[in-house]
Design a protein around this ligand. Structure first.
Ligand SMILES: [Zn+2]
Length: 109
Protein backbone atom coordinates (compact mmCIF):
# COMPACT_ATOMS: atom_id res chain seq x y z
CA UNK A 1 0.00 0.00 0.00
CA UNK A 2 2.79 2.40 0.93
CA UNK A 3 4.53 1.67 -2.39
CA UNK A 4 1.34 2.41 -4.34
CA UNK A 5 0.88 5.72 -2.54
CA UNK A 6 4.52 6.58 -3.14
CA UNK A 7 4.15 5.86 -6.89
CA UNK A 8 1.00 8.01 -7.00
CA UNK A 9 2.84 10.79 -5.20
CA UNK A 10 5.74 10.60 -7.67
CA UNK A 11 3.31 10.60 -10.61
CA UNK A 12 1.56 13.69 -9.21
CA UNK A 13 4.89 15.47 -8.81
CA UNK A 14 5.91 14.46 -12.33
CA UNK A 15 2.61 15.69 -13.76
CA UNK A 16 2.93 18.97 -11.88
CA UNK A 17 6.49 19.36 -13.15
CA UNK A 18 5.46 18.68 -16.76
CA UNK A 19 2.51 21.07 -16.49
CA UNK A 20 4.75 23.78 -15.06
CA UNK A 21 7.35 23.15 -17.76
CA UNK A 22 4.68 23.37 -20.48
CA UNK A 23 3.29 26.59 -19.00
CA UNK A 24 6.78 28.12 -18.93
CA UNK A 25 7.41 26.95 -22.48
CA UNK A 26 4.19 28.60 -23.67
CA UNK A 27 5.07 31.79 -21.80
CA UNK A 28 8.57 31.90 -23.29
CA UNK A 29 7.16 31.37 -26.78
CA UNK A 30 4.67 34.20 -26.28
CA UNK A 31 7.41 36.50 -25.02
CA UNK A 32 9.72 35.53 -27.87
CA UNK A 33 7.17 36.34 -30.58
CA UNK A 34 5.97 39.41 -28.68
CA UNK A 35 2.33 38.36 -28.54
CA UNK A 36 0.71 37.85 -25.16
CA UNK A 37 -2.84 38.01 -23.86
CA UNK A 38 -2.02 41.21 -22.00
CA UNK A 39 -0.32 43.07 -24.83
CA UNK A 40 -2.62 41.93 -27.65
CA UNK A 41 -6.03 41.52 -26.02
CA UNK A 42 -7.02 44.88 -27.48
CA UNK A 43 -7.08 43.30 -30.96
CA UNK A 44 -9.94 41.00 -29.96
CA UNK A 45 -11.74 43.37 -27.63
CA UNK A 46 -11.58 46.40 -29.91
CA UNK A 47 -10.12 48.48 -27.08
CA UNK A 48 -7.10 50.71 -27.35
CA UNK A 49 -3.56 49.40 -26.96
CA UNK A 50 -2.72 49.29 -23.25
CA UNK A 51 -0.20 51.76 -21.88
CA UNK A 52 2.33 51.28 -19.11
CA UNK A 53 0.95 53.06 -16.07
CA UNK A 54 4.39 54.41 -15.20
CA UNK A 55 5.93 55.30 -18.55
CA UNK A 56 2.76 56.19 -20.46
CA UNK A 57 4.00 54.33 -23.52
CA UNK A 58 2.54 51.27 -25.28
CA UNK A 59 2.61 48.17 -23.09
CA UNK A 60 4.58 45.74 -25.23
CA UNK A 61 6.62 42.66 -24.44
CA UNK A 62 9.77 44.62 -25.23
CA UNK A 63 8.71 47.35 -22.84
CA UNK A 64 8.16 44.84 -20.04
CA UNK A 65 11.33 42.83 -20.67
CA UNK A 66 13.80 45.57 -21.58
CA UNK A 67 12.59 49.17 -21.34
CA UNK A 68 10.24 49.81 -18.43
CA UNK A 69 11.93 51.90 -15.75
CA UNK A 70 9.39 50.76 -13.18
CA UNK A 71 10.65 47.17 -13.55
CA UNK A 72 14.36 48.05 -13.71
CA UNK A 73 15.22 46.98 -10.17
CA UNK A 74 13.44 43.64 -10.50
CA UNK A 75 14.92 43.13 -13.98
CA UNK A 76 18.45 43.85 -12.78
CA UNK A 77 18.08 41.19 -10.08
CA UNK A 78 17.68 38.59 -12.82
CA UNK A 79 19.48 39.89 -15.91
CA UNK A 80 20.71 42.87 -17.88
CA UNK A 81 19.84 43.02 -21.58
CA UNK A 82 20.14 45.88 -24.02
CA UNK A 83 17.55 44.59 -26.48
CA UNK A 84 15.09 41.79 -27.07
CA UNK A 85 17.64 40.09 -29.32
CA UNK A 86 20.31 40.38 -26.63
CA UNK A 87 17.84 39.00 -24.09
CA UNK A 88 16.81 35.91 -26.04
CA UNK A 89 20.32 35.30 -27.43
CA UNK A 90 22.22 35.58 -24.16
CA UNK A 91 19.99 35.23 -21.12
CA UNK A 92 19.01 31.84 -19.73
CA UNK A 93 15.29 31.10 -19.99
CA UNK A 94 14.85 30.48 -16.28
CA UNK A 95 16.09 34.01 -15.52
CA UNK A 96 13.44 35.48 -17.84
CA UNK A 97 10.77 33.31 -16.20
CA UNK A 98 11.96 34.28 -12.72
CA UNK A 99 11.79 37.95 -13.68
CA UNK A 100 8.28 37.66 -15.10
CA UNK A 101 7.11 35.70 -12.04
CA UNK A 102 8.27 38.55 -9.84
CA UNK A 103 6.38 41.19 -11.84
CA UNK A 104 2.70 41.95 -11.69
CA UNK A 105 2.35 40.65 -15.25
CA UNK A 106 2.94 36.93 -14.65
CA UNK A 107 -0.72 35.88 -14.55
CA UNK A 108 -1.66 38.17 -17.44
CA UNK A 109 0.80 37.07 -20.09
ZN1 LIG B 1 6.85 51.22 -18.14
Amino acid sequence: MYLVLEVININCKTTAFITTFENYSVLLTRLHIGHTRLTHSYLLSGDHLLECGTCQCPLTVKHILVDCVDLKDVRNKHFVASSIKDLFDNIEAHKIIDFIKETRFYKQL
